[in-house]
Design a protein around this ligand. Structure first.
Ligand code: SAH
Ligand code: SF4
Length: 359
């Protein structure tokens, strides 16, 4: 018998459909969600304003469960990375990145959580630890939400910014992602504004098309990493199926109808994509898409041959993009000292388990 579904994985619409089917009102659905997300109870019994029959009905059809936190790594820059174990033993990593921000003249704390969307990844980018072990499976909606709940337990703070930049290609797990987004953004859920959520994609065009039709103003980041098919083909197998001639129009389609531009993520890898010519190709794409650019000097992954360019080379690449009037920032990946690049912690742990080395 498969375990009962998680109550924390139910969108308002799904819970309402279930309750009305069992003769309850919309008001009851609101009460239940209030207990789960505002009061954060972890048993149906604690929902003291519900009739006992309803509590029993819920307990017969749903359950509470939070994944086991197996490791927490602190970093000198206050970034914390943690590994949780799913019920089938799969390991999932997430990263908490606190930052002080000034918004509208007021100081506040931003707690960003980088979440995973899959166990491993099928896309096999040549530089990425998540792709090394292949795809094990999609994460369920409950497991995506579970990472946020675990992070809030660890940080003892509410998460108010979410980036889908952990393991996996979120757009290839669209249905579970869409339900998770509903729960995250709903005011009867985690109530995090769509503009505080970023989805990152390596260029999975069918998923981008679905996202273009998705009504909420979620932010989009594209892992471009190469501004010609020649470079992308070399490091990102996804490009063979969906080359730039398909990716760029799909991004334009996404931008149309919403007042948003994508961010182009560009890892700088020595001798692969860091020349002045690469910078001018990148500028051309950024201009066409009205996009801003994030440059990320490559974080070395054990067992992989890629290297970070010198500081000077990174800076001159940035300067070339900046001179072309493209908004550009250089992001040194936070938590470099705790292997914060996606998939690195799980990779190490799986290797310890199997006594193997990466290919
Ligand atoms: N699959 C999606 C979501 C993962 S985002 C995507 O690829 O966009 C994770 C980001 O970290 C991606 O931009 C990825 O390319 C980048 N990344 C992977 N390995 C890295 C490394 N070793 N150093 C720096 N960035 C890395
Ligand atoms: Fe998958 Fe993204 Fe890593 Fe590529 S960069 S292997 S798409 S997680």
């Amino acid at each position: 018998m498969s375990p009962l579904p998680l109550i924390t994985a139910q969108t308002e619409e799904k819970l309402l459909a279930f309750l009305t089917e069992h003769g309850h009102t919309k008001f009851r659905a609101q009460q239940v969600l209030d207990w789960v997300w505002r009061k954060r109870v972890t048993t149906f019994d604690a929902m003291s304003n519900l009739p006992p029959a309803l509590k029993n009905l819920l307990a017969e059809h749903f359950r509470f469960h939070t994944p086991e936190i197996v490791e927490i790594h602190g970093s000198a820059d206050t970034t914390r990375k943690f590994l949780t174990k799913m019920e089938d033993g799969s390991l999932v990593e997430s990263v908490i990145i606190p930052a002080a921000v000034a918004e509208n003249g007021e100081k506040s704390e931003r707690v960003t959580l980088c979440v995973s969307s899959q166990v491993g990844c099928a896309f096999g980018c040549k530089f990425c630890a998540s792709g090394l072990l292949g795809l094990k499976r999609h994460l369920t909606t409950g497991e995506i939400i579970g990472q946020i709940l675990s992070a809030e337990t660890i940080a003892e703070k509410r998460v108010n910014n979410i980036v889908f930049m952990g393991m996996g290609e979120p757009l290839s797990n669209f249905d579970n992602l869409a339900d998770a987004l509903e729960i995250i953004t709903s005011h009867r859920g985690l109530e995090i504004g769509a503009r505080h959520i970023t989805i990152s994609t390596s260029g999975f065009v069918p998923g981008l098309k679905k996202l273009a039709a998705y009504p909420r103003q979620i932010r989009l980041a594209v892992s471009l990493h190469g501004a010609t098919d020649e470079v992308r083909d070399q490091i990102m197998p996804v490009n063979k199926k969906w080359p730039l001639s398909q990716l760029i129009p799909a991004l334009e389609e996404w931008s149309r109808g919403r007042n948003q531009m994508p961010t182009l993520e560009y890892i700088l890898i020595r001798d692969i994509n860091d020349s002045p010519k690469d910078a001018s190709h990148l500028v051309r794409i950024a201009k066409r898409l009205h996009a801003k650019v994030n440059l990320i000097p490559y974080n070395t992954v054990e067992g992989l041959p890629w290297k970070r360019p010198t500081e000077e080379r990174c800076r001159s690449f940035r300067d070339a993009v900046h001179k072309a009037r493209i908004p550009v920032t250089m992001r040194y990946e936070k938590g470099h000292d705790i292997n914060a690049a996606c998939g690195q912690l799980r990779l190490r742990k799986e290797q310890e388990k199997n006594g193997s080395t990466p290919r």
